[in-house]
Design a protein around this ligand. Structure first.
Ligand SMILES: Nc1nc2c(c(=O)[nH]1)N[C@H]1C(S)=C(S)[C@@H](COP(=O)(O)OP(=O)(O)OC[C@H]3O[C@@H](n4cnc5c(=O)[nH]c(N)nc54)[C@H](O)[C@@H]3O)O[C@H]1N2
Ligand SMILES: Nc1nc2c(c(=O)[nH]1)N[C@H]1C(S)=C(S)[C@@H](COP(=O)(O)OP(=O)(O)OC[C@H]3O[C@@H](n4cnc5c(=O)[nH]c(N)nc54)[C@H](O)[C@@H]3O)O[C@H]1N2
Ligand SMILES: [Mo]
Length: 754
């Protein structure tokens, strides 16, 4: 094992600010060895430019006035990672058995390069061997046609898939006869979709970048933008410079939210960096409902004291329902319960409540710290409650901003990747393509795991992603995948889902965002939707990593042709010859995409209409809903801790770039557990000690071994570890109410010395 793959973590303190010069050095240091200097520079000038490709990193939108270099350190790494020259080819697979590859770290697997050929792992075989595309499609088609019911197949999507590929994919799956379309969103912002859909009538955020220029208060809740959405820091920095207040709510004091140096501004690079968060509420893990109720309680009290000057009564009366029940519940919730469960003092909550009350325009941003909890939907709805109190929705400078993860996860859902499709979508598909789509709901990610485990599903097909490593309860999920007769991964890079497989397995290598996509009708482009509902084109410029690669739309079309044969009413191959033809169909089926082909060619794309952003609430009574939530926190017994699983700075989900976490000061290891120094001392533990971690849920236990203790500035009783190393601890049936999202940010654990 190479030195860089050892897990021997060290803690150093990172003294600098987020981004800045250190990150430029680290960016090019990462890119050039992988891509070569020419390819690196070429790609850098095309990222997020109107004539270039959409960054495969996060879903944060591009500024209208774009700089020459619209990139961030982690976006550049995502690009370099995809545009790597090294190949994982048939010779590689001949040299390494699956058993041997399974011993390697995630970082090592990813470093080996781009998948270059379709490969088959046959039943009982030790090695993957090459297979032709035609044979691969015939094999999948045979398996699919041999099922007793279409519901025995599962079709997963990760959020990098383009609109064009996603639209064709859901169409194929529904023509095949199932709604089994789980996606990464099920593990991500599903709680936001459910929480917003039921209260404001649309499961998406309501703000645009321009709103950030006008807001005077911005909440950043359960989110680490310095690492996961670095370009958002620029927007926050500009807001802070203008005098807007930024309030972070997070158990960890994330360096990226405290100080920031703009990598594209010379002064920022030389200076100390700007202060970002003006206030930092160190909430206890899982304490957000309590905290948000505390803020609401402070606001209601100020309103009473000022004879009704604080609440936006006109908005509440005209546009909302449920206020009286909400206010009664807040008044009845005692302060001591709020402070105990949130871990924040009353005076502090009153101070931030007053700040909210005096701010004219407020935006609330959030990410996984809110969604991946049993009460994830309640968390999101509590944010909505706070916004509604002062009409902070549907007006300039104000609104809800769930910050999405994968670069096209929002677009994929818009295109119909959903296990619970609305009837309107199915009706439109039926009309356009003259077939009878299945009407019963399919399985989400967690239900898919259980279905495979119970042998109710036996073919698993993944359009991107790394299902095994991204899902909870790794050991259970491994068994589930192993129960399948066939698992298929459409992928760009080698990952653990290629090694934890069904009886037979296929790897189908595809083009990435950065690459030229040539079809019969000429050079193609695709389109994506960012976190703020802006749909725009993405054109790859680099030569494909291997001549064998197919585009995702081409893979779907050929698979559909092989599986559905002459029965299909869709001219699959004709559609993929020219993606304009796919977009013409999207225009006729998906609301808001009328005239798609011309609007998507506008340099900055177009903004999808968002009803809630226009104060039209598509709920049962046409009004935004206040909701009432009890304060529910995970039960943590004596000697137990509450563990959140999170991302390091040097990873993209399950893709591990290095074993460092620069801002948090961890180097050379990922199997770490962050805990309060006194929580460590109580257990007789010191920095660097190795421990085994056991999770506890409904009388069951799960375990991971040999994690190093890192004493860290966290609230008492809280702990942190990295995703995906800690995933074996997350119980498959520990999920959020309503959204069914795994509770990856709240796992009850004990630790014992190794
Ligand atoms: N470079 C890079 N960019 C990425 C990704 C990546 O892995 N790498 N992943 C992409 C994806 S798919 C997503 S979804 C996003 C994820 O982006 P984030 O949501 O920012 O990522 P996480 O690391 O999961 O956790 C976020 C934060 O939640 C806090 N937190 C944990 N529990 C709680 C809680 O109970 N309450 C509160 N208030 N906070 C809590 C943690 O301290 C942490 O700061 O980023 C996207 N962008
Ligand atoms: N414990 C814990 N678990 C979590 C989370 C957590 O915070 N804690 N976060 C959850 C979240 S928010 C998410 S979004 C999921 C992520 O789950 P996934 O989206 O399934 O995982 P990724 O790691 O993003 O997938 C990486 C793989 O995608 C493939 N890939 C990359 N680009 C492309 C492309 O353009 N096309 C195709 N076909 N393949 C491509 C590569 O082969 C790469 O190895 O994980 C979830 N799991
Ligand atoms: Mo995500």
């Amino acid at each position: 094992m190479a030195d860089k793959d050892r897990d021997d973590p060290k803690l150093s303190t990172y003294g600098g600010a987020a981004a800045g010069f250190g990150s430029i050095k680290s960016t090019f240091g990462y890119m050039v060895p992988r891509m070569g200097l020419g390819r690196s520079v070429g790609a850098m000038f095309k990222v997020n430019q109107t004539s270039g490709f959409d960054c495969p990193g996060c879903a944060w939108p591009e500024e209208k006035k774009r700089g020459m270099l619209e990139f961030c350190e982690n976006g550049a790494r995502a690009v370099a990672d995809e545009a790597q020259r090294k190949q994982v080819d048939p010779a590689f697979f001949a040299a390494h058995s699956v058993a041997e590859l399974s011993e390697q770290t995630d970082r090592w697997l990813n470093q080996q390069g781009r998948l270059s050929h379709p490969m088959l792992l046959d039943e009982g075989a030790s090695h993957y061997t090459p297979i032709s595309w035609d044979d691969a499609f015939a094999l999948i088609a045979d398996e699919l046609r041999g099922l007793d019911s279409p519901d025995e197949a599962i079709f997963y999507t990760s959020g990098r898939t383009s609109n064009e590929a996603a639209f064709l994919y859901q169409l194929f799956v529904r023509q095949f006869g199932t709604n089994n379309l789980p996606d990464c969103s099920n593990m991500c912002h599903e709680s936001s979709g459910r929480g917003l859909g039921t209260t404001i009538g649309v499961g998406k955020g309501t703000v645009q970048l321009s709103d950030f220029e006008q807001a005077d208060l911005i909440f950043v809740i359960g989110q680490n933008p310095g690492t996961n959405h670095p370009r958002m820091l620029t927007v926050l920095e500009e807001a802070a410079e203008r005098g807007a207040k930024i309030v972070a709510i997070n158990p960890l004091k994330e360096p990226g939210l405290v100080k920031f140096k703009h990598p594209q501004k010379v002064f920022g690079m030389l200076g100390r960096g700007s202060d970002i968060a003006s206030d930092y509420l160190r909430v206890r893990i899982g304490g957000d409902v309590a905290l948000l109720k505390g803020l609401a309680k402070a606001v209601l009290a100020l309103d009473e004291a000022s004879q009704g000057k604080v609440l936006d009564r006109a908005f509440i009366d005209a546009h909302s329902s449920g206020f009286d029940a909400f206010a009664a519940d807040i008044r009845a919730t005692p302060w001591d319960e709020i402070t105990r469960e949130s871990g924040i003092e009353r005076a502090e909550l009153e101070r931030i409540g007053a700040l909210y009350a005096e701010s004219e325009r407020v935006i609330a941003c959030w990410a996984m710290g809110l969604t991946q909890h049993k009460h994830g939907v309640a968390n999101v709805q509590s944010v909505v409650n706070l916004l509604l109190l002062r009409g902070n929705l549907g007006r300039p400078g104000a609104g809800a901003c769930p910050v999405r993860g994968h670069s096209n996860v929002q677009g994929d859902r818009t295109m119909g990747i959903w296990e619970r499709p609305h009837a309107a979508l199915l009706d439109a598909l039926q009309k356009e393509f003259a077939f009878e789509p299945p009407r019963h709901h399919g399985v989400d990610a967690v239900q898919a795991i259980v279905a495979m485990h119970e042998k109710k599903a036996r073919v698993f097909f993944a359009m991107g992603g790394n299902f095994y490593s991204a899902t909870p309860d790794s050991n259970y999920t491994a068994q589930a995948l192993r129960h399948c007769s066939l698992t298929v991964q459409v992928s760009t890079k080698l990952n653990r889902s290629h090694l934890v497989t069904g009886k037979r397995a296929l790897i189908l290598p595809c083009l990435g965002r950065t690459e030229r996509d040539l079809q019969e009708g000429g050079l193609q482009f695709v389109s994506v939707e960012d976190s703020m509902g802006i749909v725009h084109a993405s054109r790859g410029h680099l030569p494909p990593g291997s001549p064998e690669l197919l585009s995702e739309p081409a893979i779907v079309a050929r698979l559909a042709t092989a599986t559905l044969g002459t029965d299909s009413s869709v001219p699959w191959l004709e559609l993929v010859a020219d993606y304009d033809r796919i977009r013409d169909r999207i225009a006729r089926v998906i609301p808001g995409h009328e005239d798609y082909n011309s609007r998507v060619r506008e340099p900055a794309g177009f903004v999808l209409y968002n009803a809630a952003a226009n104060r039209r609430f598509n709920t049962s009574d046409g009004k935004a809903q206040f909701t009432v939530h009890p304060i529910e926190v995970p039960e943590v017994g004596d000697g137990q801790l509450l563990l959140m699983t999170m991302r390091s700075h040097d990873q993209y989900n399950t893709t591990i770039y290095t074993h460092n976490d620069r801002y948090r000061g961890v180097t050379a290891g990922r199997k770490v557990i962050f805990m309060h120094p006194e929580d460590a001392a109580d257990r007789g533990l010191e920095s660097g000690d190795r421990v085994h971690i056991t999770s506890h849920f409904r009388g069951q236990t799960r375990r991971v071994e040999n994690f190093s203790v890192i004493p860290y500035d966290l609230p008492r009783g809280c702990a942190g570890a990295y995703f995906p190393e800690a995933n074996p601890l997350v119980p498959v049936d520990s999920v959020a109410d309503l959204s069914n999202t795994p509770t990856s940010k709240a796992v009850v654990i004990t630790v014992d010395q190794a």
